[in-house]
Design a protein. Structure first.
Length: 209
C-alpha cells in the first residue's frame, strides 16, 4: 500500500499514520525526519538541502522530492509506505509523478477548522513531557501538571493565531491536492471528527484492512 496522508494540521494524521504503520507493517516517511537524516548521512540530496538551509532559504521542491525518492529506494519500503508532510503543493505532487513514484491512495482526514482550533489551542504541555487538553484530557488542577506539579504551558505552535495562520497556509497551498488526486481517482475522504478510535475504524475500512 503506497499511501499519501492529507488533512489540515491537527486533523490527526500523525496518530493515524502510527496505527496504519503497525497494521500494515510499512514505514511512515515524514519529510522533516528524512531531511534531517539525509543531511546527517551526507547523501547528495542531503548536502544540497543543507546548503539551502544554511543560507536561510527554503529547500526547493526538486531537492525535497529527491530526498523522498532516495528514502523510498530503501528495503523497508518494498511493501509500501505512508507519505506524511509531502506533497504539500501541486508542484510537489507533479514532481512525485514525474519521478515515477506510484501512489495507490491519497487518504484525506476531514476535520472542520473550528474543531481543529478547539483541539489544538486546548493543548497544554508540561516541561516533564506530560500533555493535557483543557476539554478532552484536563489536569486535576487547572494549569498544573498531575505528575510533577509544574505549571502547564501552551506551545507556540498551538496558540490560536499560529493555528489560524497554519490553517490559512493549508487551505491555500495544500488543500488543492484533494482535487489533484480526485481527478486521478485516488482520493478517499474520511471524516475525522469523532474519537481517535472512531477515526481509526473509518481509516482502516477505507484501506480495506
Amino acid at each position: 500500500m503506497k499511501l499519501i496522508l492529507l488533512g489540515a494540521p491537527g486533523a490527526g494524521k500523525g496518530t493515524q499514520a502510527e496505527i496504519i504503520c503497525e497494521k500494515l507493517n510499512i514505514p511512515t516517511i515524514s519529510t522533516g525526519a528524512i531531511l534531517r537524516q539525509a543531511m546527517k548521512d551526507g547523501t547528495e540530496m542531503g548536502l544540497k538541502a543543507k546548503s539551502f538551509i544554511e543560507a536561510g532559504a527554503l529547500v526547493p521542491d526538486e531537492v525535497i522530492i529527491g530526498i523522498v525518492k532516495e528514502r523510498l529506494a530503501a528495503d523497508d519500503c518494498k511493501n509500501g509506505f505512508i507519505l506524511d508532510g509531502v506533497p504539500r503543493t501541486i508542484p510537489q505532487a507533479e514532481a512525485i509523478d514525474a519521478m515515477g513514484i506510484e501512489i495507490d491512495m491519497a487518504l484525506d482526514i476531514e476535520v472542520p477548522d473550528e474543531m481543529i482550533i478547539e483541539r489544538v489551542s486546548g493543548r497544554r504541555v508540561c516541561s516533564c513531557g506530560a500533555s493535557y487538553h483543557v476539554k478532552f484530557k484536563p489536569s486535576a488542577v487547572e494549569g498544573v501538571c498531575d505528575k510533577c506539579g509544574q505549571p502547564l504551558t501552551i506551545r507556540k505552535d498551538d496558540e490560536p493565531q499560529t493555528v489560524l495562520d497554519r490553517l490559512t497556509t493549508y487551505h491555500e497551498q495544500t488543500e488543492p491536492l484533494k482535487d489533484f488526486y480526485r481527478a486521478k481517482g485516488l482520493l478517499v475522504e474520511v471524516e475525522g471528527t469523532g474519537t481517535v478510535a472512531e477515526t481509526t475504524e473509518k481509516v482502516l475500512k477505507a484501506l480495506g484492512v
